[in-house]
Design a protein around this ligand. Structure first.
Ligand code: SF4
Length: 308
């Protein structure tokens, strides 16, 4: 195989991709040529703060440029009758009382598309210029050993996926591949224990624990999600403006109840099980999810687990 022209990090800004950024900057992994963060415009303030700090304290000093790319604002677009809406995975109560779900197009539209666009630009072949055969960027994706099933190739010849965490040796058991706990340990040891979960404020794939945290710790963002939940009850604005209203009602919470009335205080068996097994002997907030611990990852969206 030919050598990559560029080495790029797909920076979701969660635990695994932040670990990769630190490892590269420290020289423990090869030097990156850039990191790409796809911004949906509706991330929690903590994620933007984390990203700013990562850029300032790690990426810039190491000479790794951060590219913040976007394809719009997912929240505004959903409520704008003049804008085509790439659907979020909303929970639907059908007119006959049955349950449904809208297709998830948002990850592709708001994350993958702008990342691909940026990668092509960096390679020197922006759309529609064809990228010459054999020219490609190696794209690092933060997949840890415990989620190896999500390590899939992008299927794009100019952007080949690579999973460096899987090639590292786990110091605890000598096995090949770092786990998410290895990443957490590494982040704590380097002063990055506050790495947040990256996902849209109102992502329907949030677990109950994440909704609770939003309500209890970020009342402004919670109010924003509650308002959005109300506003999309009849579907997205564009569909209604075009005379194609949603048949049924849309909700952000899987109970298909208004968010501020949804049963988010119910602690699931899965959450209790994770309280028992926390490797640090303490209750780690990120582990108490009924959903996914890391949020929306562009190339291997883990968020699907919660809706399964
Ligand atoms: S976080 Fe949720 S709503 Fe946002 S892009 Fe990912 S799947 Fe879609």
């Amino acid at each position: 195989m030919t050598q990559p022209a560029l080495r790029l990090l797909s920076l979701g800004a969660g635990v695994q991709s932040t670990t990769l950024a630190l490892l590269s900057a420290a020289g423990d992994l090869p030097k990156l040529d850039g990191a790409i963060f796809a911004d949906t415009g509706w991330e929690p303030a903590a994620v933007y703060r984390h990203l700013d700090r990562l850029e300032r304290e790690i990426l810039q000093p190491a000479g790794i440029r951060l590219y913040r790319v976007a394809a719009g604002n997912i929240r505004d677009d959903a409520l704008d009758p003049a804008h085509r809406f790439a659907s979020m995975p909303l929970f639907i109560r059908n007119p006959d009382g049955g349950d449904g779900m809208t297709r998830r197009q948002c990850t592709s539209e708001y994350k993958l598309k702008p990342i691909k666009r940026q990668a092509r630009q960096l390679l020197g072949y922006p759309h529609p210029k064809p990228v010459p055969r054999g020219l490609y960027a190696e794209q690092w994706i933060g997949i840890s050993r415990d989620e190896i099933g999500r390590a899939k190739d992008s299927g794009i010849q100019y952007l080949r996926s690579s999973f460096p965490l899987l090639d590292l040796t786990d110091a605890a058991d000598g096995r090949e591949g770092w786990t998410r706990d290895d990443c957490l340990r590494y982040l704590r040891a380097n002063g990055w224990e506050t790495t947040p979960k990256s996902a849209c404020i109102g992502c329907p794939f949030h677990g109950n624990a994440q909704w609770r945290r939003l309500r209890d710790e970020q009342p402004g963002e919670w109010a924003d999600a509650v308002e959005f939940d109300r506003a999309i009850r009849a579907g997205n604005a564009r569909g209604n403006a075009l005379g194609k209203p949603l048949l049924g009602e849309a909700y952000l919470h899987r109970s298909r109840k208004p968010l501020d009335q949804a049963p988010i205080d119910r602690v699931t068996a899965h959450e209790w099980a994770q309280r028992q097994t926390d490797v640090f002997g303490q209750v780690a907030d990120a582990e108490l999810e009924d959903g996914d611990p890391d949020g929306c990852s562009p190339w291997s969206c883990r968020s699907g687990r919660a809706a399964a």
